[in-house]
Write a protein that binds this ligand. Structure first.
Ligand code: DCP
Ligand code: MG
Length: 388
């Protein structure tokens, strides 16, 4: 019998509901409850009328070869779905509203929801713009209240709903987050597999694509349960040894893959070794220029990676290769060159500058995601009209 090697893990998969469409509804709340499709271009931007209302593009007016990225559940009920041509969708739902895509907004909300989850459960595998795996094994709380708490944190940070599956592994959690969408929580143990997983079509397994589904159907295997009962020898004849083995395992809900957890950077720093040793007094202008340049680079790095830093430090190496560091912790996190330069300048006052210098460095630590610090205030200030 196949048996899990690890002690029981608890893994969640979280997937945002109708993600791009739901972000658009934050800025156009008057569209809630309507069929809305995301996939237009700039010229499908809603027009603000003199009386303050908006005029939206409709699918029936669309001409072009655009493809739908996603749609609200109201539009899905009319048969419209991701990857469908917009003109084809227009035949099914001519009155549905068409909005242009705005990836910057979706990335912004993606960062916000991930930061919110991380504040509860830091062990996260980032799977893309609207989904993550979360390792909950070390958290001492029942799955249902924990899932509810995570959903609440996501909603408070973003105004958006998501669906969560919690099971012993990634394979099952990915299936489960989809079972009760939208706004669902699905909990599943290994013992529930025959009742809840086996009736599903094999396509529900991440890794069984359209071709494999077709081949399995030709063997008379449509559900995961049928696949689980199939003989390994028969599967091997069609799929080769490795894939057959894998099919057999996943049909029994077995998946030992670890999460690949991205660690947050601890600090961001820039340093430079001079072509010739510089003296604090005689080469003051040159040193000052380099110092300001380094602070500017650190500020750029912080902003590109979207962090702010509470602690700014410097590093000096003297001509005799001895190094010193100093740092200063600020009341508020910063990411601007000027603020970093001032803090680093304070640090510089606390070191001896009698000897020549070989190297100068500036470091930012105590990092927090910049979206997190002002997230709620920002969201409230910007809604409903003006997303970042
Ligand atoms: N997306 C896309 N093209 C596709 C599928 C998706 O551009 N063919 C984008 C738009 C989606 C986002 O990726 O909003 C996330 O994809 P999902 O499959 O999770 O779909 P949704 O979040 O929109 O809906 P669901 O509630 O089913 O998760
Ligand atoms: Mg989604």
């Amino acid at each position: 019998m196949l048996r899990s090697m690890n002690p029981q893990r608890r893994i969640a998969h979280l997937d945002m509901d109708a993600f791009y469409a739901s972000v658009e509804l934050l800025r156009y709340p008057d569209l809630r409850g309507q069929p809305v499709v995301i996939g237009g271009r700039r010229d499908q931007q809603p027009e603000l009328l003199a009386d303050g209302s908006r005029r939206y593009s409709r699918l029936r007016d669309y001409v072009g070869r655009g493809v739908i990225t996603t749609s609200t559940y109201e539009a899905r009920a009319l048969g419209v779905h991701s990857a469908m041509g917009v003109m084809k969708a227009a035949k099914l739902a001519p009155d549905a509203i068409l909005l242009p895509v705005d990836f910057d907004a979706y990335r912004h909300y993606s960062r916000l929801f991930k930061a919110a989850v991380r504040s509860i459960a830091p062990r996260i595998e980032d799977r893309g713009i609207d989904e993550i795996y979360i390792d909950l094994s070390d958290i001492d709380e029942e799955s249902l209240p924990l899932a509810q708490r995570i959903k609440r944190a996501v909603f408070e940070a973003t105004g958006l709903n998501c669906s969560i599956g919690i099971t012993p592994n990634k394979l099952l959690s990915k299936i489960c987050s989809d079972l009760d969408k939208p706004n669902g929580i699905t909990l599943l143990e290994m013992a529930d597999i025959p009742a809840r997983i086996w009736p599903l079509n094999v396509r529900k397994i991440n890794g069984i694509g359209p071709k494999a589904t077709e081949k399995l159907a030709a063997m008379g295997l449509n559900t995961i349960g049928e696949l689980a009962q199939a003989s390994l020898a028969n599967l091997q004849k069609v799929f080769g040894s490795n894939y057959a083995q894998w099919l057999h395992q996943v049909a029994h809900g077995i998946d030992e893959r670890a999460l690949s957890i991205a660690s947050e950077p601890v600090s961001i720093s820039r340093e430079t070794t001079f072509e010739r040793d510089l003296h604090a007094r005689h080469d003051r202008a040159k040193l000052s220029e380099i110092f300001t340049w380094l602070c500017g680079r650190v500020a750029e790095d912080l902003r590109r990676k979207r962090y702010k830093a509470r602690t700014i430090g410097i590093k000096l190496r003297y001509e005799d290769f001895r190094s010193v560091t100093r740092d200063l912790t600020l009341p508020l996190a910063v990411d601007e060159a000027g603020a970093i330069r001032r803090a680093a300048g304070e640090c510089l006052k606390r070191v001896s500058l009698d000897k020549r210098l070989r190297l100068l460095g500036v470091r930012a630590s105590g990092l927090t995601p910049s979206d997190e610090s002002g997230a709620l205030a920002e969201r409230q200030a910007q809604l409903p009209l003006d997303l970042p």
